[in-house]
Design a protein around this ligand. Sequence first.
Ligand SMILES: [Zn+2]
Length: 352
Amino acid sequence: MLKLLYSLLLIFLLGSPCLADIELAPKGKPPLRLSDVYLLHGLSYVALDDVLDAVSLRGHWNSVRHVYRIRTANGWAELSPGRQNLKIGERFHPLKEKPRFIDGRLRVSENFILNQLSMLINRPIYYRNLNPSAAQHGGDDNTLDRLFSFLLRKKNLVAGPRLRGVAIDAGHGGLDTGVIAGDGYKEKQATLALSARLSKILKMNLGIPVYLSRDDDYELTPKQRLEPVAHEDVDVWLLLHAQGSFTAAAEGVVLFVRSNTENSSDGLMDSSRQLAEELKTALEESDVPVVGIFTSPLVPLGQGRLPTVLLELGYLTNPVDLQRLRSPDGQQQLAQALYLGLKNFTLNRKMN
Ligand SMILES: [Zn+2]
C-alpha cells in the first residue's frame, strides 16, 4: 500500500510530460522552439542542454562532483540538483527551485530562465510559454498536500522497531537568517551545522538514509521544507532551530510537539511526545540544560502521526548556549545527544 502511494507521490514530484512548447532566445535574436518540457507543481521544467543551446552557451555534467558546469563570459557557472543556487565564479545566486533530473535530463524551472539565465549571457532573455494555461498554477498543490497528509497518517502503521530513515529540517536559510547573536553568528548557520553533524552521525552509526531540507545556505519554500518527509522510509522528523531572548539569562533547549496530539484511549503516549521525552533525557544526560517540552501548532501536517519534534537548541543571547551552538565541540555535543535520543526512542518506543 505504501509502495503504491509512494509511486504516486513520485509521479507528482517528478512531474508529467507536457505538450506545451516554449520559445527562448537572447532578446532580439530569432527564438528557438523547445518541446521537451515537463510540468511540475504547475511550473515548466526545460532541459538545461536545450536552454543553453538556445542562448549559445555550452556546458557539461560532471558526474564525480555532481554538478553541471557552464562556461560563461563571467567564468564558470555551476548548477547542481542538490543545491538551490546558481554559482557564478565564487558567488551564489539563490534559485526559486532546485534543478531536477526528470526523464534522464537535468532540467531547470522557467523561473531560472526568467530570473537567472540573463546573468549567464549578460543580456536580457526572450522567453515565451506557448501554453500558458498549462503553466498556470493548478490544483496540484492541494493534491500534493493531501497525498502528504495521507502518507503521514499511514506512517506508524508500518514503522518497525528500528529507524528506517530520518528527515531533518535545518531552520531558516538564505536571506532568512533567523536569530542573530550579538557577535553576528546566525541561527541559520547553527541549524545547518547541526543538521550536517547529526546526519553524519546517523549515517555512520545506523547506516540509514537521512534527508535534509537544505545542505547549504539558501532559502526554502514551505513545500521544499516538507519534501524530505515525503520519502517512504522516513520514520522521524526533527526541525532544528535556536532562539533569542531579551534577557541574557534565558538558556537551555526547548522542545515542541504538536498541540493537537491526541493521547489515545488506551493511555499510550503520543509518539511525538515519546520522542521529545527521549531527546530531553539524552540532552540532559549530555549536560545540556533543557527548559522543557511544550506544545505548539506545528506545521500544517498536524494530522500526520509521523513522530515530529521541533527543537530550539539554545539561546543565541546566552553566552554559554551561544558557545555550544557555534563551536565545533558544542555542535558535536548537541548532535551526539540528539542521536542518542533518537536511538533510545526506537528502543523504548511503545507501538500503538
Ligand atoms: Zn528559528
